[in-house]
Design a protein around this ligand. Structure first.
Ligand code: UDP
Ligand code: MG
Length: 323
């Protein structure tokens, strides 16, 4: 059995962290090779997600200096974290026996890699890196992130609590992943759907080594909404139940209207009328919005646009598979 490992790292404007990340990851890879845990043709694969700063020149330089350690993929433009990661995984799927994905900012403890590889050798196809604590995150980030995982679980989405995109996947798990063709990518939700034996490895999450988070609040909310609507139709069902409740209320209001009419007090209805107009209008708009969100998803999926376009690959393994 061969043990070729690829560590896939999506990078967007990461010139500030890349020198340190490449140094630490390079050392890690060397150590793993020396211990015989992985093959000597294992690689660190940096994916440049269309950054216009020094990210790609740096990656190209690392590859030139140490082609046995560093590989690179350059995307034609910025496509977002999930797509960049998928691009890297798709390249690695054709070359590696196991792939580990992690962020470029060293927030994921790279020492958890050893435990992940051990679990791979124990026969697991997917090893999820799970954060043991979130002390380094701000209260707000921790609160919103943990709330998000809870909501997802309530909505019946199979998702690993406190797991981001730090994970190991075997080649056959990757091949499974490649069969998912959705454009609205939410890898954390898709990976558990692949099946195969899986386990978790816990690690403490560190602070971003340098540079700024590429996930401002706006992107975080969009990402969370994407996660919910890509994996659960429960919000639409909630709209349906709201409709039933409003309908029942309307029956009561109807009875009330008739009774006041018969009692001859029908002119004093201004407040109840205003209340119902605003409430019903609000509920309808909300319902339309939720349903519209799903229609938007369908619109994007039907176009089947490519999720990423690869401009250049720098990698010395299996050159015959590259064009
Ligand atoms: N990233 C990317 N494309 C983007 C945004 C982010 O490839 O459009 C990468 C980024 O370089 C990093 C990872 O995704 O390696 C996670 O981003 P970040 O650390 O900024 O997110 P946070 O940890 O703050 O949630
Ligand atoms: Mg980060």
């Amino acid at each position: 059995m061969s043990n070729r490992l690829y560590i896939v790292v999506p990078c967007y404007k990461e010139e500030a962290v890349l020198p340190e990340t490449s140094r630490r990851l390079g050392e890690k890879l060397e150590a793993l090779k020396k211990q015989g845990k992985i093959d000597t043709d294992s690689r660190i694969l940096f994916v440049n997600d269309g950054s216009k700063d020094q990210t790609w020149p740096l990656i190209a330089q690392y590859h030139k200096e140490a082609p046995d350690t560093f590989s690179g993929v350059n995307l034609s433009r910025n496509r977002g974290h999930q797509n960049a990661l998928l691009a890297g995984l798709s390249i690695a799927a054709a070359k590696a026996d196991m792939v580990i994905s992690m962020d470029a900012d060293l927030q994921d403890d790279i020492n958890a890699v050893d435990a992940m590889i051990d679990e791979y050798h124990n026969g697991y196809d997917i090893v999820y890196g799970v954060r043991s604590k979130r002390e380094t995150d701000t209260f707000f980030k921790r609160f919103t992130a943990e709330g998000f995982y809870k909501i997802m679980q309530h909505l019946g989405v199979d998702i690993v609590f406190n797991h981001a995109d730090y994970r190991l996947m075997s080649r056959r798990a990757l091949e499974g992943l490649m069969q998912f063709s959705e454009v609205n990518l939410f890898l954390r939700g898709i990976v558990p759907q692949i099946g195969y034996p899986s386990t978790t490895v816990t690690y403490a999450r560190a602070e971003r080594f340098a540079g700024e988070s590429k996930y401002p609040l706006k992107k975080m909310i969009a990402f969370a909404a994407d996660g919910v609507t890509s994996f659960s139709v429960k919000p639409i069902r909630l709209v349906f139940f709201a409709g039933i409740i409003v309908f029942l209320c309307s029956l009561i209001m109807f009875g009330y209207a008739i009774v006041t009419k018969i009692a001859g007090k029908s002119t004093s209805g201004w407040s109840s009328l205003m209340a119902s107009i605003w409430m019903l209008g609000g509920i309808q708009l909300l319902g339309l919005g939720i349903v519209g969100e799903y229609i938007g998803k369908i619109y994007n999926e039907t176009k089947r646009r490519p999720r990423f376009i690869i401009e250049q690959v720098l990698d010395t393994n299996n050159a015959e598979q590259e064009k």
